[in-house]
Design a protein around this ligand. Structure first.
Ligand code: C5P
Length: 237
């Protein structure tokens, strides 16, 4: 089964999540649990995914003092999350402590979660940077944060497909790039601004594609998933 496709389980109850998982689990192995679903269901949603043989990307975007983030990561590792997010703007010490916490948890359980950093949210742009007193372009800022994330030992970053090429160049072949904003040709963009097709994102160097609404809102979810998986396979050379 192709592990590069992550389904964003963007829904609000355990029951709805279970219906989705039951429908797609023959084709999808990796699920993203975000702050809405986790706030609604708590750790039982992680258990549900695991019970169905799935891997968990716990996307809670931690950003706090280093000790609090390290403690949260320890708990997420105890739950058995396979991948987690922290904000790179939380700073060097926070990221280093996050990586240490994941490593320590991995030494105990034999399986450390991957830690990936959020750089600049796709909802933010250069106006936000100016307001914060930062004189970089969005692209420069994302690249700078990706470099810092790598220096601190993070496994990768979240980035739109458009920034993948530069991040891949700067951070090397083993650095994970998790890419949302994926749309098949002809799909509705919803509220996503910087979108790309699965094929383009993989060619740009994405390691994982995160897809939500194009699958969740489709009448035939499996048909959409098959199309995405085909594009990934054909482009992944
Ligand atoms: O429905 P759609 O495919 O747009 O969902 C994308 C998923 O990726 C959502 O869960 C969204 O929160 C997440 N995401 C994003 N842009 C980011 C980071 C995460 O769209 N920069």
């Amino acid at each position: 089964m192709n592990n590069k496709l992550i389904l964003a389980l963007d829904t609000d109850s355990l029951k709805k999540a279970e219906e989705i998982i039951n429908e797609v689990k023959d084709l999808i192995k990796f699920y993203k649990i975000g702050s809405q679903l986790f706030t609604a269901c708590g750790p039982s949603i992680v258990k549900l995914v695991q019970k169905n043989g799935g891997k968990v990307f716990l996307d809670l975007k931690f950003n706090d003092i280093p000790n609090t983030v390290a403690s949260a990561i320890k708990e997420a590792a105890v739950l058995g999350a396979d991948m987690l997010t922290v904000h790179t703007t939380g700073g060097r010490e926070m990221m280093i402590r996050a990586v240490e916490a994941a490593k320590t948890a991995g030494e105990k359980s034999g399986r450390a979660p991957l830690i990936v950093g959020v750089t600049l949210l796709t909802s933010l742009d250069v106006n936000y940077l100016r307001e914060m007193g930062i004189n970089y372009s969005s692209e420069e800022f994302v690249l700078r944060l990706a470099g810092l994330a790598k220096e601190c030992g993070l496994d990768g970053v979240v980035s739109s497909s458009r920034e993948c090429l530069e991040i891949r160049k700067k951070c090397g072949p083993d650095f994970k790039i998790v890419t949302p904003g994926i749309r098949l040709a002809g799909d509705s963009l919803n509220d996503q601004k910087r979108t790309d097709t699965p094929s383009k994102a993989i060619k740009n160097g994405a390691s994982y594609l995160v897809v939500g609404r194009p699958i969740l809102e489709a009448k035939d979810k499996l048909a959409v998933i098959r199309k995405i998986l085909n594009e990934i396979e054909e482009s992944d050379v």
